[in-house]
Design a protein. Structure first.
Length: 106
């Protein structure tokens, strides 16, 4: 089994969720997160707070986690990258890690 973890922009959640469902993923965990990456360093967005211009340190993201069989990995990643094609920097980041064991407690 593999854990596919992806980070996306909040406004693109419906499209990526639909892609996961279409690819046959049965369950997804959704997290609201913030972080810093390449997009932060290349952004010129400014915010005014109490008359001072500041740069937002952390950028809003959504993290989706899905557990899939090894044989489904390529199908799921293809579906996700198809949704992200033509997007801007920060549209999609995918991590794939091995799941050694999964225990369901009744």
């Amino acid at each position: 089994m593999l854990k596919i973890e992806l980070y996306i922009r909040p406004n693109s959640l419906p499209a990526f969720h639909a892609a996961l469902v279409e690819a046959g993923v049965k369950g997804v965990t959704v997290w609201q997160t913030k972080g810093i990456g390449h997009e932060y360093h290349e952004s010129d967005e400014r915010e005014v707070v109490r008359g001072s211009v500041i740069k937002e340190i952390y950028i809003d993201r959504i993290r989706l986690d899905a557990i899939v069989e090894d044989s489904e990995k390529d199908i799921v990643i293809k579906a996700l990258t198809t949704v992200a094609e033509g997007g801007d920097l920060g549209t999609l980041k995918i991590f794939v890690t091995a799941v050694l064991d999964a225990i369901r407690v009744p």
